[in-house]
Design a protein around this ligand. Structure first.
Ligand SMILES: *[C@@H]1O[C@H](CO)[C@@H](O)[C@H](O)[C@H]1NC(C)=O
Ligand SMILES: *[C@@H]1O[C@H](CO)[C@@H](O)[C@H](O)[C@H]1NC(C)=O
Ligand SMILES: *[C@@H]1O[C@H](CO)[C@@H](O)[C@H](O)[C@H]1NC(C)=O
Ligand SMILES: *[C@@H]1O[C@H](CO)[C@@H](O)[C@H](O)[C@H]1NC(C)=O
Ligand SMILES: *[C@@H]1O[C@H](CO)[C@@H](O)[C@H](O)[C@H]1NC(C)=O
Length: 566
């Protein structure tokens, strides 16, 4: 039976466990700890520790308050070690950091300068990631926000940062940073890498006004700066253009709003997902583009550089550099090959290499999306956040399930099938139309989705399987989380079943007599798979049983609608 693609159920479900202590606003920083079963939340002047299973349950609360009229917005919340979090706040435009002891949930009052680690202003763009006790940030280094910086702070090493130059960073809006652990499985002694994502003002295009460009940049974890050239600056900072466009329509999505890296055991198979819009928002379109990590690495490891050339007096233009590049390759991490040449640290890199990368931080080759275009285009929607889970489904395939949050408090859930992205459902997460500012999944134990906004934290199930009251609706939902169970005649979330482990072996399922839909497969009580069309049409769903069961216990309202744009 062919899925009826014209029907896309969409749930308007004002959902689950709001968390609104009076007077506390701007819940913009979340940190998940699956080991401790808690969600840490940084809001204005306050840090909370909430239960993952019920965010209404507040385990702990810590105040990080100022004695002045100005406000302290918590923007950095990172696990420093097993017993401490590293916390930074805007602190009346004088960013300040401290350690939060998890034993008594108190700040230890070490009070470190937060400049470069945290933004001055809560409205300034900002990203951070903690890697092995070192804090990597992308933010502004001054109050005015006019000096952008990508930096690393650690207890043991001195600060490393970007050169202050428009060819390195030109009015960037930082959205995301994460580490790719390349070192572990590397045969050539490659380093781990930290990737940054931001939108900045282009230097390479001639344009009337400011043309924005989405970028991916990276630095090497082992970088310690140069000896003379690039002293205490990155020797490995390179950046490239991130393309998300529809070439056939000549339409370009040139602003990146959020990124998620779906990591895999082999780093080369990791996939980068981003949400984009156009600088010219009048079209009202949002897009999801995906990138292969291996294609990204190809650009950074072998791509050509851009070069600044003076065309006329005082007029410069960026062109592809076709000359010889010095060796070792400018911007590359230290590898075994370098070590053989007795270069075992960036301090020993030759000045020629360092001077070249200082002048040529921009690569000419762009990073192209998988399939050469967006995976999904949404109309009349502004996506603000994205997070992805790769799930093993009952057909033994894995599917990437993409959760995107909008500026009006909605959540879209989509699945990547061969033919592209299929939107499964739309859920109204926030009661009021306000932007989802942060989105997290707990995929290990609790299996919930958490969204932060200015007004609160919302917890939601990741699937609403029992909303499908008939077998047909359950199967045609194409939701890899859902399966129809004949024994109970209900649509169940296969990951929520307490009596089986995450991955359900087909044999186990068969013994449980499940009729399950996954992608294009039906799993039947008989121990064999049937494909639609593969003489499977005789396989009728059992007669629908009217169900009064509502999945989301905390739903304030449930309404079945059609997905907009269908
Ligand atoms: C904090 O929340 C309030 C209330 O929604 C909002 O007006 C304000 O813009 C928020 N501040 C920041 C920095 O997001
Ligand atoms: C969550 O916690 C709140 C406050 O303790 C409680 O009222 C509510 O019943 C809990 N919800 C669930 C589903 O446990
Ligand atoms: C590089 O080699 C020198 C000399 O062999 C050694 O002292 C130093 O510790 C090495 N540095 C690194 C980062 O491996
Ligand atoms: C990305 O990887 C997938 C699977 O390995 C491959 O099919 C696809 O062609 C790659 N796309 C690009 C743009 O390299
Ligand atoms: C999307 O954002 C733009 C710019 O902020 C705004 O003008 C537009 O109304 C938004 N559209 C929707 C559907 O939210």
């Amino acid at each position: 039976r062919k899925p009826k693609l014209s029907f896309n159920p969409s749930w308007l479900c004002v959902c689950a466990r709001l968390f609104p202590p009076p007077g506390v606003l701007n819940y913009s920083t979340l940190l998940l700890s699956e080991e401790r079963d808690v969600l840490y939340v940084g809001a204005r002047e306050t840090i909370f520790e909430l239960s993952l299973n019920n965010v209404s349950v507040k385990n702990n609360q810590c105040f990080f308050v100022l004695q002045t009229d100005c406000q302290n917005h918590i923007r950095v919340l990172q696990a420093f070690d097993e017993n401490k979090l590293y916390v930074c706040g805007t602190h009346a435009f004088q960013p300040l950091c401290d350690y939060l002891s998890l034993k008594d949930f108190q700040l230890i009052q070490k009070q470190e300068d937060g400049r470069g680690k945290c933004s001055f202003d809560p409205a300034q763009s900002f990203t951070t990631v903690m890697v092995d006790g070192e804090l990597y940030s992308g933010t502004a280094y001054n109050f005015l926000g006019s000096e952008p910086i990508i930096s690393r702070y650690s207890v043991s090493q001195s600060l490393l940062r970007t050169e202050y130059s428009t060819s390195w960073l030109n009015e960037p809006s930082f959205v995301f940073a994460d580490v790719i652990r390349e070192g572990k499985s590397s045969v050539n002694g490659e380093d781990d890498k930290i990737y940054y994502f931001f939108t900045e003002v282009s230097v390479e295009y001639e344009f009337f006004g400011k043309l924005l460009i989405p970028r991916i940049a990276r630095v090497c974890k082992g970088d310690v700066g140069g000896q003379r050239t690039l002293q205490k600056k990155w020797t490995s900072f390179l950046k490239a253009k991130l393309v998300c466009s529809m070439p056939e329509l000549n339409f370009v999505f040139n602003v990146v709003h959020d990124v998620f890296i779906l990591k895999t055991p082999d780093w080369r198979e990791s996939v980068i997902y981003g949400v984009f819009s156009s600088q010219w928002g009048n079209m009202g379109l949002s897009a999801v583009c995906a990138y292969n990590m291996s294609s990204v690495d190809e650009v950074f490891s072998r791509g050509k550089y851009m070069q600044k050339a003076t065309v006329e007096q005082s007029h410069t233009k960026w062109v592809r550099y076709n000359g010889l590049t010095p060796s070792p390759r400018p911007g590359a991490c230290i590898s075994n090959q370098n070590r053989l040449q007795n270069i075992n640290s960036s301090l020993l890199l030759p000045d020629k290499t360092l001077q070249f990368v200082k002048d040529h931080p921009l690569l000419a080759d762009p990073v192209l999306p998988i399939g050469n275009g967006p995976r999904l285009i949404a109309r009349d929607t502004n996506y603000t956040q994205i997070t992805v889970e790769r799930v093993p489904a009952l057909d033994n395939n894995v599917y990437d399930v993409i959760f995107t949050g909008t500026d009006k408090g909605f959540l879209h859930k989509s699945v990547v099938y061969e033919g592209g992205l299929h939107v499964i459902e739309e859920v109204q997460l926030l009661k009021n139309p306000e932007p989802i500012k942060t989105l997290l999944l707990s995929t290990q134990r609790a299996r919930f989705l958490y969204a932060g906004s200015d007004s609160g934290i919302v917890q939601s199930p990741m699937a609403f399987c029992d909303k499908y009251t008939t077998c047909e609706d359950c199967i045609l939902s194409r939701d890899p989380y859902c399966a129809w169970e004949t024994r109970t005649t209900s649509c169940i979330d296969i990951f929520q079943r307490k009596d089986q482990h995450r991955l359900v072996a087909p044999s186990l399922l068969i013994s449980r007599t499940l009729v399950a839909w996954s992608a294009h497969l039906l799993l039947v009580p008989e121990p064999r798979y049937l494909l639609p069309g593969d003489r499977a049409s005789f396989l009728e769903c059992p007669l629908p049983v009217q169900s009064h069961h509502v999945a989301c216990d905390n739903c304030l309202s449930v309404e079945k609608t059609h997905f907009r744009g269908d």
